[in-house]
Each structure stands twice: as C-alpha cells, then as structure tokens.
Write a protein that binds this ligand. Structure first.
Ligand code: ATP
Length: 482
C-alpha cells in the first residue's frame, strides 16, 4: 500500500494492524476518543492524546494542515469526545510523552472530524497499566459506569462476559438443549421466604421470580428433555448492602435435564460445560487477548486453573468429606449441621488450588448436601440419612451453582412438601401450587437441574473480590442507578 492510500484500522480487532501501518509510515484513518489535549506545542498546533480501546496514540494537529473550519472545531474539543482522524502514522521510539508513558504511536493529522463532542469537565476514568495512583473506589466507578467501562481493562470484562455466555450457549445447543424463556412475574411464592419482591398487578398479588426452576420443570414435563435459560432473577437480599457476592437482581443460567439412570449424569454434563467455557476463554485467541487487556488493571485475571481428577472430570467431594477436610486438614472449627460460611468456602477453594491430590483446581463440586439445606423438591439420597442428591459447584472459592436431582413423582413431591425438610410445611392442596403440581400429575420424567449465577461465574474466573465488578449495572440495597 502506498503512503498516500487510506486504510481503515480497527485497532481493537487487530492490534497488530496499527504496528504494521506505523512501521511503514502509512496513512490511516480511524475513530478515537480524545484522552487529553495539550496546547503546549507550537502556535497553531494541538497535541491530542487519543485512545482506541487500550491503544494510546498521540495526534499532532496543525491549523494549516486541517483547514480553518476543522481547526475551529479542534480548538473546542473536550476530553472523551470522539474524533475521526486521518494522517500518516509512525512509531514513537525514545520520544514518548512523559505524562503518557503507554503512548506508542504518533499521527500527523491531515484531516479531523468531530464525530461526538463530549461535555466539558467530565471526570477522568482512564487509567493506564503504568498508572501509580491508587485504584478508584468501586462505588465512584459505579456512579460513573459509562466512563468507567470506557477503560479498556474494565470494558474487556464485559466483552468476556459476552464471550462466556456465547460459550455456554454453544455448549448447551450442541448437547441437545433447547433455549426457553419463562416468566419473571409469578403468582406463587414459598412461605417463609422473605426474599421476594412483590409488585402491584391489576389489583392482585404478584411477585418477581427468584429463579426459573419451577417453569423449567414444567417444560420438562412438556417432553422438552433438555432446557436452559439465561435471564435475570430478583431477590430482596438485605445482605446485598454489604456482601461482595449478593445483589438484588442478577443473571442466572438455569438448566433442566431429564436423565436416564443417575442424577450424576446431569451433574457431569454441567461440569463438562464449565470446563468447556473456561477452556474456551483461556484458549480462544479473542478471549485470551481480552484477558490480557483485563490484567492491565485486574492482575488476578488469567490465573484461573482448571484441574481435573484421574477420570478427567472436575474434582468432586461429598459435603461431609469437605467438612472433614476443613476440620482435620485445615484446622477450621465447623459444624456439619450448617452450610459452609463464605470463609469456609474460600478456605476450601485455596486448599483445592494448592493440593496436587485434589487436582490443583479452582473448580470443584461438593455433592450430597443435607436435605435440610436444600429445597423441598430435592430427592432424598440413598447414600446416607438426611442427605439429598444435591450439589454445589465452587469456582474461585465461591459457590456459583446449586443443582439437584428433583423429585419427579407427584405423590413423593406432595409428601416432601408436607414434611418440608428445609422450612415450614407447604400445603400441596393450596390453590397457588396447582399450576406447578399439574406438571407432576401429568407424569414427569426423572430429572435434575441447576441454577448458576453467571455474574459469580465470571467473578470466580477472573478472581475478583466483588460481584459488582463483573455486573454492568448492578442492583443492590443501596443502588438502583445508573
Ligand atoms: P448464597 O448461599 O450465596 O446466598 P444461594 O444458595 O441462595 O446462594 P441459589 O438459590 O442456589 O443460591 O442460587 C443459584 C446461584 O445463583 C448461586 O449459586 C449463585 O451463583 C447465584 N446467586 C444466588 N444469590 C445471588 C445473589 N443475591 N447475587 C448474585 N448471585 C446470586
């Protein structure tokens, strides 16, 4: 290509383009955000710091090169405005601007168009990887989420989120799953559970769904066999005011699946999906690049380990064995009659990551939970009294997924409701349960399923402390905007 020919560079798609064009001193045209503006150069000259995703460029703009009308607009430019510039690009060698040490390229601008003018005095959220100033508080960043996510490392998190969902869909659709959509407005709640949001509904009572589990089961009774859904659920979690893993609205991957002989067929398939997703993120070029960009600000990104056991599966441990490990190997005082605390889950996470006999892994499954800690419709276990065929998957030291073998017999389910092991008795004759129970009266296949927090999945994969880091517009007790 001759130096006078125009080529359009989309830097984020292929960073190497920029270097290649710069090496040849070619003329390029591209859109960029204005990062900084300096009038310190010669009279009639502006030096713009430009940003295209994670790439920083210096643009030298002279009034006599771009014409009077464009110069007039250039002089009024503000940081965060979008400009289209054209001009020959070159590599900066020993002449990097001291205030912007990441800048590697300079463009002698021959044409400049203002595409989107930003208001003056916007707060600055751009942080280069070489920045030495302390990180901004998450609340401040969330208050200014739009500017915050323009930061390439933060933006990379949400592109990875998209990639993660695509990999989930790719795996499930290639394993015979059907993508369904179930309602968020529901008419029956589980008594004793105070975490429903109620809403006025034409003079009647209605609530926002906490999970899609019951409708998903109904779909299995429709002979859909394998179904999934990715969507929002709502929980009035008071603890979301202080918890780094709870929000009031979050995204759940709900999976339901009929099985033939054993509920562990369901568990195994979900584990296989998680390995596929993690490996996809770690191995596919576009996601590897995004992880690298994210590492600029989030050093824990890219450290995730997928360790498998001798059978090539995600390592598994029973609930009671996990309690034993905590007590005997980690010296943690723990009660077998209580669920794991956040600290216990984190301690187990560190232990699995460090222990070669456990797979040196950041993902493992805890199976055979006590029935008292699970929903009324979890199937009782044949492996020990008071246990159920229910599991949690732990990723990066936090529960990200709860699954179980669900009761499929109508009579057994009614019995489990009356003798609810995990809350007050439920009345299967109550009107509010009839829509759900109809699916069982009609004959339900043997099945299992899970609810998997998509936000927590990415949080665990990237090793971030707060789930709101990986949630574009988080909602909690204190936050309803932006
Ligand atoms: P926890 O014990 O952490 O409160 P849970 O046992 O109530 O979670 P489930 O009802 O099993 O969670 O929900 C399935 C998944 O949804 C969880 O494994 C988690 O990944 C996610 N999840 C649950 N509650 C929240 C929340 N408030 N905010 C974000 N994700 C959540």
């Amino acid at each position: 290509m001759s130096p006078t020919e125009l080529s359009t560079v989309t830097v984020m798609e292929d960073m190497t383009n920029l270097g290649r064009h710069a090496l040849k001193g070619e003329k390029v045209t591209f859109d960029a955000r204005v990062n900084s503006i300096s009038t310190a150069g010669a009279a009639g000259q502006l030096v713009l710091g430009l940003r295209v995703q994670q790439a920083l460029l210096r643009a030298i703009v002279s009034s006599h090169d771009i014409g009077e009308a464009a110069w007039d607009k250039a002089r009024k430019l503000t940081p965060e405005s979008i400009v289209r510039v054209a001009g020959p690009i070159r590599l900066l060698h020993g002449e990097k601007a001291s205030h912007d040490t990441d800048t590697a390229y300079a463009v002698e601008v021959t044409s400049l168009t203002v595409i989107g003018q930003a208001s003056p005095n916007l707060p600055s959220f751009h942080r280069s990887s070489s920045s030495t100033s302390p990180p901004l508080a998450l609340e401040t960043r969330l208050d200014n989420r739009i500017l915050d996510v323009r930061n390439a490392a933060t933006g990379a998190i949400f592109k990875l989120h998209s990639g993660m969902c695509q990999l989930i869909v790719e795996f499930l659709c290639s394993h015979g799953f059907h993508w369904i959509h179930t309602p968020r407005i529901i008419s029956a709640t589980i008594s004793g559970d105070n975490e429903y949001f109620s809403l006025p509904y034409f003079g009647r009572e209605a609530w926002l769904a906490q999970s899609s589990q019951h409708h998903k089961q109904m779909a299995l009774s429709m002979d859909m066999e394998r179904v999934f859904e990715i969507g929002p659920v709502f929980r009035a979690e008071v603890k979301s005011s202080a918890s780094a893993r709870h929000m009031t609205e979050f995204t759940v991957l709900d999976i339901g699946m009929a099985f033939r002989d054993d509920y562990r067929e369901v568990m195994g398939l979900i584990e296989e999906m998680l390995v596929f997703v993690f490996r996809g993120l770690q191995e596919r070029r576009q996601y590897r690049q995004l992880i690298e960009v994210a590492r600029g600000l989030y050093p824990s990104a890219g450290r995730f380990r997928v360790g498998l056991d001798e059978q090539g599966r995600v390592p598994r441990v029973s609930f009671l064995e996990a309690k034993r490990i905590l007590r005997e190997e980690l010296g943690v005082e723990t009660d077998d009659g209580k669920n794991f605390t956040d600290q216990e889950e984190a301690a187990l996470g560190r232990h699995f990551r460090a222990s070669s006999h456990l797979g040196q892994t950041d993902i493992f499954t805890i199976d055979q939970y006590p029935a008292s800690m699970r929903q009324f419709n979890s199937k009782a276990s044949a492996e020990g009294p008071g246990l159920s065929n229910a599991w949690d998957t732990v990723v990066g030291g936090r529960e990200i997924c709860s699954g179980s073998h669900r009761i499929n017999s109508y009579d057994e389910l009614c019995e489990a409701m009356r003798n609810n092991p995990c809350g007050p008795p439920l009345d299967p004759d109550a009107q509010k349960w009839q829509a759900y129970l109809t699916a069982f009266k009609a004959g339900m296949p043997q099945h299992g399923g899970c609810g998997l927090g998509v936000n927590r999945l990415l949080q665990g994969f990237l090793g971030l402390d707060d789930v709101r880091e990986v949630t574009l517009f988080p909602r909690d007790v204190n936050r309803m905007a932006p």
